[in-house]
Design a protein around this ligand. Structure first.
Ligand SMILES: NC(=O)c1ccc[n+]([C@@H]2O[C@H](COP(=O)([O-])OP(=O)(O)OC[C@H]3O[C@@H](n4cnc5c(N)ncnc54)[C@H](O)[C@@H]3O)[C@@H](O)[C@H]2O)c1
Ligand SMILES: O=C[C@H](O)CS(=O)(=O)O
Length: 480
């Protein structure tokens, strides 16, 4: 890994403003090569508890700063992240496998949340409300929720933390981040820059560890933690909800998805193919908003399938450090096994492979397009999280909306159509938190990201993203 600033490859835990080199360590491997790239300090429950204690103390002083002071520090962090983007991308590519160009895209995407919330920090406004009695005056103020515990996934190891820590610190909260054990290096690298930006000791803590359940249990049960913000699978989200219930702890949950991608017969097919390529194959299909099932209206099914297969064949699979590589490895063997299971199930139920369909080497897998996929295939119900594009034929708008909504998930949905009335009908009818119309890429810091049903609670990004880190207090002044 070639870095301009080698100090960004940090392996120690960051607790209370101290870098701690712990005896216990766990290895981080490169999914493209299987090589160990670093051994990272493995925090114990006691270390997590200490981080929470120090965050609790530090939060009081951090909240006393003005929004403008917090904004200045966050803005400096943003500037440092952008300046170091190439190094941060190299680290991310090595530990997660995302091709370099896409890794840099994630770094800038993560940084955009820090920039956005450096601006929101100055605008935490309250209200005055006309009194209900002549001598009463009413004000509403917003205050930081306190210590925030964060648990994040491996697929966006920089942006998923940035999307949480930025609004939390902007609001005046302190933060204890437990990154995914598969990809802790990106979290630690951004923390080096957080310290350089002047984020005070104890305000932002990072506790890498290899035993997720233990760390999660401490974060969820510790009374000094006021809020848990989690991004990951619905299964783990349910575990954390149970653990937070004893303390009635507030939560933000960004969970699993199973996005429908619908192509109507009045769509611009070339645009629909372009959108499907992004929505399906971004991060090698390993994003929560990836198109998991692609519904194509009968009149354009064959033409769309042919175009999508041609575009899929043009993807270049390989080590993300090599020029021109668009598609890296899957994160691990378990991820590969899931893709193969969904492929086998669909074929068993009558689907045909139009292109791809085979493991290459290690955890590299051919981007795959399936046709004649039946609605009862596993991909209709389960998140594949890999480069598998199942095409399902449909006849009518009513039929496809019912199919799209027949899921316990409701994160993102996409459709391509040009009839304005249809655009309004379908956008309103889809049971998802986010809808892409004639676009396959909806993730941006300016809009509220999040889902409904079992895809989660709360929103991240946009002006709405601050709300999850603030408490509303109403003050009634009497005797006036
Ligand atoms: N909605 C979103 O914004 C979003 C974004 C990215 C990923 N995801 C979802 O995340 C999943 C893929 O990521 P993943 O495989 O890392 O998910 P995961 O749920 O297996 O793990 C997520 C994080 O939780 C930790 N974890 C696992 N078990 C835990 C436990 N019992 N207690 C506490 N922490 C625990 C993991 O170590 C990891 O850090 C997919 O379902 C994807 O849809 C959702
Ligand atoms: O995996 C889903 C993340 O939220 C990534 S993105 O926000 O869609 O880029």
């Amino acid at each position: 890994m070639k870095l301009n600033d080698k100090s960004l490859l940090e392996t120690r835990a960051y607790i209370g403003g101290e870098w701690r080199d712990l005896d216990d360590k766990f290895d981080v491997t490169n999914p493209a090569t299987g090589e160990v790239i670093a051994s990272v300090s493995d925090c114990s429950v006691a270390d997590v508890k200490e981080a929470i204690d120090l965050a609790y103390t530090a939060q009081k002083e951090w909240a006393k700063k003005t929004g403008k002071e917090r904004a200045g520090i966050l803005r400096k962090w943003f500037d440092l992240m952008v300046e170091a983007a190439d190094d941060l991308a190299a680290i991310l590519c090595a530990e997660m496998g995302k091709p370099l160009a896409e890794s840099k895209g994630e770094i800038l995407y993560g940084a955009s949340f820090i920039e956005w919330f450096s601006e929101e920090a100055k605008r935490v406004y309250g209200d005055t409300i006309p009194g209900h009695q002549p001598d009463k005056r009413i004000i509403v103020m917003k205050q930081p929720i306190g210590v925030v515990g964060s648990i994040t996934p491996w697929n966006f190891p920089n942006a998923m933390i940035a999307r949480k820590v930025a609004p939390a610190l902007a609001a005046g909260c302190s933060f204890v981040a437990r990154p995914a054990e598969l990809t802790p290096l990106s979290a630690l690298a951004m923390t080096v820059l957080a310290e350089r930006a002047g984020i005070p000791a104890g305000v932002f803590n990072v506790v890498p560890n290899s035993k997720a359940a233990e760390a999660g249990e401490e974060l969820c049960s510790n009374p000094k933690v006021s809020k848990i913000t989690f991004t990951g699978s619905t299964r783990v989200g349910q575990i954390l909800m149970r653990q937070c219930s004893d303390g009635i702890k507030k939560m933000s949950l960004e969970l699993g998805g199973n996005a429908p991608f619908i192509v109507f017969d009045d769509a611009d097919l070339d645009a629909a193919v372009e959108g499907a390529m992004i929505a399906k194959y971004r991060n090698n299909g390993q994003t929560c908003v990836c198109a998991n099932r692609i519904y194509v209206q009968a009149g354009v099914y064959d033409a769309f399938a042919e175009k999508l297969a041609a575009a899929t064949k043009a993807l270049k699979v390989g080590n993300g450090t090599e020029d021109g590589v668009t598609t890296g490895p899957l994160i691990n063997e378990a991820a590969l096994a899931k893709v193969e299971a969904h492929l086998a199930d669909a074929k068993e139920k009558g689907a045909k492979v139009l292109t791809g369909g085979s493991r290459i080497k290690g955890t590299f897998f051919e981007p795959t397009v399936l046709t004649d996929v039946p609605i009862e295939a596993m991909v209709s119900k389960e998140e594949t999280f890999g480069p598998l594009a199942p095409l399902i034929r449909f006849e009518s708008e009513e039929e496809v909306v019912a199919l799209a909504n027949d899921s316990e998930f409701g994160l993102a949905g996409y459709f391509y159509a040009n009839d304005l009335s249809r655009v309004w009908r379908v956008a309103e009818a889809l049971e998802t938190g986010m809808v892409g119309v004639n676009t396959g890429l909806i993730s941006t810091e300016v809009a509220p990201f999040g889902g409904i049903k079992q895809s989660g609670l709360g929103r991240e990004g946009s002006k709405y993203g601050m709300d999850d880190f603030l408490e509303i207090k109403y003050v009634c002044l009497g005797g006036i």
